[in-house]
Design a binder for this molecule. Structure first.
Ligand code: PEP
Length: 241
């Protein structure tokens, strides 16, 4: 079954709207990722969907003002954490911090969705340049990671999200996204002996979802804007069934 992750970012603006929307998209195979402040209330109403967090502290509980530790998420029945979203990277998160967050997520027994993807400037130089960029992003996170992992088994997803496709209405082509997904999977197995599922993210909507999600290389989607409209999101989820 393909995984469809609904990244609400900093939406909606009220608690009541968040609950209403969560109930509307409470389907199996969906991960609802609301702002932290709505996690607890949504956790209480979900019957089918899983719950995710948009970020996590690399630190355990303790004197870390403003941070949310992995075990606090687990207490709210959160199962997934998005790590290294491009909007977090833009806000200043470094590769080093992202590696620490990934380690903390996996060591706590949470499932991680690690985001990678190139800027328009990189893609201007061609698809090979994009692959090189993604490879370097993965290397910066996974080199040396095995020494820090305390757990033997973990569930890891890599979301390929070209930055120029996020929230712009322009997607990558399904062919390129599938090729990048294969490239990432091979790299992860060959270099790190890790088998991962690759999600596509970037302006996915009801009209284009099938062309991406019908590809065997693509294990699901990370959906931003379209996950805030239940009718639109329903059509995306239906393409996987
Ligand atoms: C995202 O931010 O992860 C994303 C894919 O956003 P959108 O679907 O709005 O492009």
């Amino acid at each position: 079954m393909k995984l469809i992750v609904a990244n609400w970012k900093s939406n909606p603006s009220t608690h009541a709207e968040a609950i209403r929307l969560a109930k509307e998209i409470d389907w199996k195979g969906v991960v609802i990722v609301p702002p932290f402040i709505y996690l607890e209330a949504i956790s209480d109403v979900l019957k089918n969907a899983s719950l995710g967090a948009q970020d996590v502290s690399p630190n355990d509980v303790g004197p870390h003002t403003g941070e949310i530790a992995p075990r606090q998420l687990i207490d709210l029945k959160v199962e997934y954490v998005i790590v290294g979203h491009s909007e977090r990277r833009k806000a200043g998160e470094t590769d080093e911090e992202i590696q620490k967050e990934l380690v903390a997520t996996l060591n706590a027994g949470l499932k991680a969705v690690l985001c990678v993807g190139e800027s328009a400037e990189v893609r201007k130089n061609g698809f090979e340049a994009a692959k090189k960029f993604v490879k370097e992003q993965l290397e910066s996170v996974f080199s040396g990671l095995s020494q820090s992992l305390k757990v033997m088994s973990y569930e890891l997803y890599v979301a390929y999200e070209p930055i120029w496709a996020i929230g712009t209405g322009t997607t990558d082509t399904p062919e390129s996204a599938a090729e990048m997904a294969s490239f990432i999977k091979q790299l992860m197995v060959n270099s790190y002996k890790l088998s991962v599922n690759v999600l596509y993210g970037g302006s996915l909507n009801a009209s284009n979802a099938k062309s991406f999600l019908s590809r065997s290389e693509i294990g699901g989607a990370l959906v931003g804007g379209a996950s805030l409209r239940s009718d639109e999101f329903k059509k995306i989820v239906e393409t996987t069934q």
